[in-house]
Write a protein that binds this ligand. Structure first.
Ligand code: MCA
Ligand code: AMP
Length: 481
């Protein structure tokens, strides 16, 4: 039996596991197809997965986990520079992809294995111990290229079981979402979550309110999304009674990856009578807190620590804050079986991320209400931007902009955006004042090197960037108008 996915062998015949558009797999079919992948990759060390929003990605990851091998999910929209970095850093033995998918240049040197979702491999117990790497997920920091967070098998099990407790999540639940499958939210919670419970997931391929309405009115019970998706739901609700009815009938609506503005909470509650609940996590920690299904859904809070997660707030100097007064702000630190083990090849960054007593420094600032509810009020680093639920480091975009011949100096900031939460703003000093590059040019440049979600949405040209006496750019002096 699989320790991560017992339902692969125990689910009754014909029980639905995965559905992507018209294509679906039962648990029996998934066990066979994933078993075939497992046979192929066993002993491989690490394998890359071309993580399109398709059935093949789910089968590839489950098969890899069955073999006790670590999967490195790749964003299929990554530009060559980002992809090149991830491949050289993680050194996968091969890449798993859907038949017919075209793979870009940086993957040319890697053996390719096509995932056959109708294959019949042997069902087997899975290899790999609790501390072994399950996934390596790349996440942006404030500077430099993304770091690979090594997520052990134990963290997947711990976080998904804690969420099952908090959300009364069972095999009877049918999840719908349209999240990308190369990050924790869409892949771990959105695919591995239902499979661990023996329930099913219907993936929309691409997020849209029509798909949400359709699935929630035909048997789906839960919706997962980032705030941008709930914002789009809130915008659509006044003109879409079918959507309102579908949401009203759902068992659980969950938002995460960034803060859901209270205004969107309220609009959804007014139109559907249902409250969206928020949970708080990170690539490095998986899930830390959540509003519980049996708790009070309070807008603007991320609920209480999940079972097994130790959470503390600390002062700047590391002193724990004991107040539960809804006022005293401290950095959130967490410890528990849900944590990653290290940043791949980055012992320096790993050491800096943990305290001496094993707590992970999240960089998120919060207060605690008297009943323990955590309220996130900000972030330590101003150089991290959350746009559409994606974490984006200002530094990597600045570096990319500086590689453009039309840019002499560059600074990147985030500014509030009603749809994306924050949007990326590029402040540049053009190489030629008379002929500055256009926003479209710079957006295409960044999208092509890094990823489209990292592209600047606004361009502001200046004669000089504000700098302090040490020559450091003073981002706070860059006024947003
Ligand atoms: C636009 N596009 C471009 C360019 N401009 N492509 C190349 N060059 C350009 N210059 C393309 C985009 O690739 C995309 O293509 C399309 O145009 C629209 O892009 P965009 O406007 O950026 O986005 P959107 O389609 O409006 O997407 C909004 C979204 C998305 C659906 C909310 O941001 C999203 O999926 N966010 C989820 C992020 C997430 O899962 N975060 C979890 C990480 P095409 O049309 O082909 O798509 S956080 C996490 O995991 C932690 C643990 C947690 O707590 O959850
Ligand atoms: P990532 O590194 O992409 O996994 O993003 C993790 C970050 O997303 C966290 O450190 C938080 O800043 C943010 N985040 C995730 N969930 C929430 C939430 N419900 N409310 C506010 N911020 C969140």
């Amino acid at each position: 039996m699989s320790s991560l996915f017992p339902a692969l062998t125990s689910a009754p015949d014909g029980r639905a596991a995965l559905r992507f558009g018209e294509r679906s797999l039962t648990y029996g079919e998934l066990a066979a197809a994933a078993g075939a992948v497992g046979e192929r990759v066993r002993g491989a060390g690490r394998v890359a997965v071309w993580a399109t929003p398709a059935l093949e990605t789910a089968v590839a990851v489950v098969g890899t986990l069955l073999a006790g091998v670590a999967a490195v999910p790749l964003n299929p929209k990554s530009g060559d520079q980002e992809l090149g970095h991830i491949l050289s850093d993680s050194g996968p033995a091969l890449v798993l992809a859907a038949p017919g998918d075209e793979l870009p240049g940086p993957l040319a040197g890697l053996p390719r294995v096509d995932v056959d979702v109708r294959a019949a491999g042997p069902a087997s117990a899975d290899d790999g111990g609790p501390g072994d790497a399950a996934l390596i997920v790349y996440t942006s920091g404030t500077t430099g290229p993304p770091k690979g967070a090594v997520i052990p098998r134990r963290a997947l099990a711990a976080t998904l079981d804690a969420l099952a407790d908090a959300w009364q999540w069972t095999g009877d639940d049918v999840l719908v979402h349209g999240l990308p499958l190369f990050h924790v939210h869409g892949l771990v919670l959105g695919i591995l979550g239902p499979l661990r419970r023996g329930g099913s997931v219907r993936h929309l391929g691409r997020f849209g309110t029509e798909g949400v309405a359709r699935e929630l009115s035909t048997g789906a019970t839960m919706l997962f999304g980032v705030p941008t998706m709930y914002h789009r739901v809130a915008e659509a609700l006044p003109g879409d009674p079918e959507l309102a009815k579908a949401l009203a009938g759902a068992r659980l609506l969950v938002s995460g990856s960034a803060a859901l503005p209270v205004h969107d909470h309220e609009r959804i509650a007014a139109a559907t009578g249902r409250r969206v609940i928020e949970r708080y996590g990170m690539t490095e920690t998986l899930m830390n807190t959540s509003v519980r299904a049996d708790g009070e859904p309070r807008a603007g809070t991320v609920g209480v620590p999940l079972p097994g997660v130790e959470l503390r707030l600390v002062e700047e100097d590391g002193t724990p804050i004991t107040a539960y007064d809804g006022e005293t702000v401290g950095e959130i630190q967490v410890r528990g079986p849900n944590l990653f083990t290290e940043y791949l090849n980055r012992p320096d960054a790993t050491a800096a991320a943990f305290t001496g007593d094993g707590f992970f420094r999240t960089g998120d600032m919060a207060v605690r209400d008297p009943d323990g509810y955590v309220r996130i009020v900000g972030r330590k680093a101003t150089d991290l931007i959350k746009s559409g639920g994606y974490k984006i480091g200002a530094g990597e975009i600045e570096n990319a902009l500086l590689e453009h011949p039309g840019v002499r100096e560059a600074a990147v900031t985030g500014e509030p955006d009603p749809d994306l939460g924050e949007r990326v703003v590029a402040w540049i000093v053009p190489a030629e004042a008379q002929a500055p590059p256009t926003l479209e040019e710079l957006a295409a440049h960044v999208a092509g090197r890094l990823a489209p979600h990292k592209r600047p949405r606004v361009l502001r040209c200046l004669d000089a960037l504000p700098r302090n006496d040490m020559g450091k750019i003073m981002k706070r002096a860059l006024a947003h108008d």
